[in-house]
Design a protein around this ligand. Structure first.
Ligand SMILES: *Cc1c(COP(=O)(O)O)cnc(C)c1O
Length: 374
């Protein structure tokens, strides 16, 4: 053994990398079936994972049914048709697009490609749960800048950039808060961040935004050498189970993702479904309109109950309960409504509630009134 080499492992427990041993597995929203079984309920709704309550477009289901007999074949490793369709939609070229097994995978690939021992990943606090693990697993350091008013503190983040900062993950709209940073703020931030730092704009809820200063982020990214935009089919297109996300940006950065990804990372059915979803604008428009209306239903209910709802530009609303979130969560659960407790998300005293169908929104509001009302 050479000088300074590590001692060999003495037990199987020492084989795992120390940073992996420290990682806590992701804790998802409670599944409907589990609540039904545990509480003996039949009619349970889940408003905990920001899924699209309307499900996929009928054309997507038809395309999947038609494609099923072909699952014995490997998918197109280059996802050529999907990337061409996305390129046409966004007015870019296919070499400006990389696809992933959900945008979650793209976050992981960015970690692999960019973060090394001691590098800094800059994120908000709290923020989306899949950001910090990318630092831990690569033995980088997650530098967390607290939100101000439940919104990313862009000035604070720009000031927190150091010589070691390599990567910034910015969720816009933010999850779990639902708050939105207008394009002008994003532009000023990109101006303030040095060009050797990779800024990732995670826009999983992009389509739900109705703020007037919105829609320029991709152009801002493409005009710079150091910015990527992430989008997903999970939320607006209701393809969460199939796992398709994509990155848009300069070809040189997209190439890093191509270099580290698995050849067949987006499966064949997922490619078929995503292509069909892109052709169905009507379903998207219905979802957007219902989501905007549902947010208003939640705000009105909160006003009536004297609760603060954080104004949202996403398909969920963060509600400040002003009391223990765990107990309200449990009480809602007994009424068959699954929401997300704030405490594990870093927001004690809050719940995060996905906007459901109109009937599900009414059901949640009635349950909340029953739990908290006079
Ligand atoms: C839901 C979500 C994603 C992940 O989406 P997938 O494409 O399903 O992996 C990424 N970022 C944020 C902020 C999200 O809320």
């Amino acid at each position: 053994m050479s000088a300074g080499a590590k001692a060999p492992p003495r037990s199987i427990a020492e084989v795992v990398k120390p940073q992996v041993a420290r990682l806590v597995p992701y804790s998802p929203g409670k599944p409907i079936e589990e609540v039904q079984r545990e509480l003996g309920l039949t009619d349970v709704i889940k408003l905990a994972s920001n899924e699209n309550p309307f499900g996929p477009a009928p054309a997507v289901v038809a395309a999947l049914t038609e494609a099923l007999p072909r699952i014995g074949l490997y998918p197109d490793a280059g996802a050529v048709l999907l990337r061409e369709a996305l390129a046409a939609k966004h007015g870019v070229t296919p070499d400006q697009i990389a696809v992933g097994n959900g945008s979650d995978e793209l976050l992981q690939l960015l970690g692999y490609a960019v973060l090394d021992v001691g590098d800094e990943l800059l994120i908000g606090d709290p923020t989306f749960a899949r950001y910090e693990p990318q630092a831990i697993i690569n033995r980088a350091v997650a530098v967390k800048v607290p939100l101000v008013d439940q919104t990313h503190d862009l000035d604070g983040m720009a000031e927190a950039v150091t010589d070691r900062t390599k990567l910034i993950f910015l969720a816009n709209p933010h999850n779990p808060a639902g708050t939105y940073l207008p394009d002008a703020s994003i532009e000023a931030f990109l101006e303030a961040v040095p060009e050797h730092v990779l800024v990732v704009l995670d826009e999983a809820y992009y389509e739900f935004v109705d703020h007037l200063d919105h829609g320029r982020s991709l152009a801002l990214a493409l005009a710079r050498p150091n910015v990527l935009v992430l989008r997903t089919f999970s939320k607006i297109h209701a393809l969460a189970a199939l796992r398709v996300g994509y990155a848009l940006g300069p070809p040189a950065l997209i190439r890093w993702l191509e270099q580290v990804r698995e050849p067949f990372n987006v499966n064949g059915l997922a490619q078929v479904a995503a292509l069909a979803a892109l052709r169905d604008g009507g379903h998207v428009a219905t979802t957007i309109a219902a989501t905007a209306a549902g947010r208003e239903v939640y705000y009105a209910a909160c006003r009536k109950l004297g609760l603060r709802a954080v104004p949202s530009q996403a398909n969920f609303v963060l509600i400040d309960l002003g009391r223990d979130d765990r107990r309200v969560y449990e009480a809602l659960l007994r009424l068959g409504v699954i929401v997300r407790t704030g405490t594990p998300l870093g927001l004690p005293g809050h719940i995060r509630v996905t906007v459901g169908t109109p009937a599900q929104c009414e059901r949640f509001v009635a349950a909340l009134e029953e739990v908290l009302g006079p």
